[in-house]
Design a protein around this ligand. Structure first.
Ligand code: IMP
Ligand code: MG
Length: 182
């Protein structure tokens, strides 16, 4: 499966497939089943990190059979380019308290780990009962800080990926699969 789109510069760019939509949905179902088992008898607050994890969170929420609510945390860690600035800016905060709640932080990708490390630190100050991390993707090659990933979809190589919520300069989020731009 290939996807071509006109870039801003007017040239065409080929997006190769790294993970197909079918591979992703199968893995999301497995993650949802594991989370459902682990939290049996409890309820969950999913914290969806915007914007990248909105597609993953939407599918994951429907794969979890527990009472849950969804909160959104807007974060900006990348500019227009493809390298981490290391700076995490909160652009939208949670609407409801998470004190005493079981929280699942849902990320699209853990790259350097700086974003998740920062968000865990922030969320812990709000005294949740527990907090775990679920990430669709992990790029261990670029890790700068060790972060726990309790539920992981796929480990990938150090390539810049787009689609299924992930962007490059805000484009490609609507690709139904994970593609690579090389
Ligand atoms: P970290 O702080 O370096 O772990 O970066 C986390 C954030 O960077 C993710 O939530 C993504 O928004 C973005 N990011 C990292 N790698 C990629 C990539 O390959 N494609 C698109 N976005 C990425
Ligand atoms: Mg992003």
């Amino acid at each position: 499966m290939a996807y071509r789109r006109d870039s801003n510069a007017g040239s065409t760019e080929e997006v190769g497939t790294l993970l197909t939509a079918a591979q992703i949905i199968e893995r999301v179902r497995e993650l949802g089943a594991a989370i459902t088992r682990d939290y049996e008898g409890r309820s969950l607050v999913m914290v969806c990190v915007l914007k990248g994890s909105f597609v993953f969170a939407a599918d994951l929420a429907r794969a979890i059979s527990l009472p849950l609510r969804i909160e959104f945390l807007g974060v900006r860690s990348y500019g227009q380019g493809t390298t981490s600035s290391g700076v995490v800016q909160i652009t939208h905060d949670l609407e409801q308290p998470i004190e005493g709640e079981d929280v699942l932080l849902v990320e699209d990708i853990v790259d350097t780990g700086l974003t998740v490390a920062h968000l865990l630190e922030l969320l812990r100050t709000r005294l949740p009962r527990s907090i775990k991390v679920c990430s669709l993707l992990h790029k261990p090659a670029r890790s700068c800080t060790p972060v726990p990933i309790d539920y992981l979809g796929f480990t990938i190589e150090d390539r810049f990926v787009v689609g299924y919520g992930l962007d490059r300069a805000e484009v490609y989020r609507n690709l139904p699969y994970i593609g690579v731009l090389d």
